[in-house]
Design a protein around this ligand. Structure first.
Ligand code: S3P
Length: 187
């Protein structure tokens, strides 16, 4: 029987997608499976700013947030390969997107509206979802952002199935991308 080869990642894997797509949950599991550090860009922004993302939006607004987000992600992408979970708007910013495309392997976790809404509805920490009806806002963001997320290197469906299963699918997609001839083996 052939022993599956370990998945050797030449660069950081950056997860992109809308709020509720599961970027942090899948990212943590993926990092464990790949033996790489996990970094959450939103946590790093909060650490650098010394306040929560909500407070940041209130005090400085979204444009300043995007500037800070771009700086933090640029710094993280200079580091050793890791699994990076990014906030939903990061890949939408043209400069941050260009950086991510240059320095990382990008994976879009695509989810439908019911899945997204189900995951975000009980949490109140996301400033963009407090500006009106959260389901409507998510629907609008899907229309605006899905064509842009589609530019990611890989696309994996994030469904209501257990996060471990979706993580497996990300690993399969990475394996297929990196060495198509050994696809299907386990990391
Ligand atoms: C945002 C998503 C959030 C956070 C900020 C803005 C967005 O991250 O970065 O509230 O523009 O979609 P999550 O996608 O991790 O919730």
């Amino acid at each position: 029987m052939n022993t599956p080869s370990p998945l050797l990642l030449p660069r950081t894997v950056a997860l992109v997608g809308l709020m509720g797509a599961g970027k942090s949950a899948i990212g943590r599991r993926l990092a464990l499976r790949l033996g790489l550090p996990f970094v959450d860009a939103d946590d790093e922004i909060e650490r650098a700013a010394g306040c929560s993302i909500s407070e940041f939006f209130e005090r400085f607004g979204e444009i300043e947030f995007r500037n800070g987000e771009r700086r933090v992600i640029a710094r993280l992408l200079e580091g050793a390969p890791h699994v990076l979970s990014t906030g939903g708007g990061a890949y939408i910013d043209p400069e941050t997107r260009a950086l991510m495309r240059e320095k990382a392997l990008t994976v879009w976790l695509r989810a439908d509206l019911d899945v997204l809404f189900d995951r975000v509805k009980k949490r109140t920490h996301r400033p963009l979802l407090r500006q009106g009806d959260p389901r409507e806002i998510l629907g609008r963001l899907m229309e605006q952002r899905y064509p842009i997320y589609a530019e990611a290197d890989l696309v994996v469906e994030s469904t209501a199935q257990p996060a471990d299963r979706t993580t497996e699918q990300v690993i399969d997609a990475l394996r297929q991308h990196l060495s198509p001839e050994s696809a299907g083996a386990v990391a």
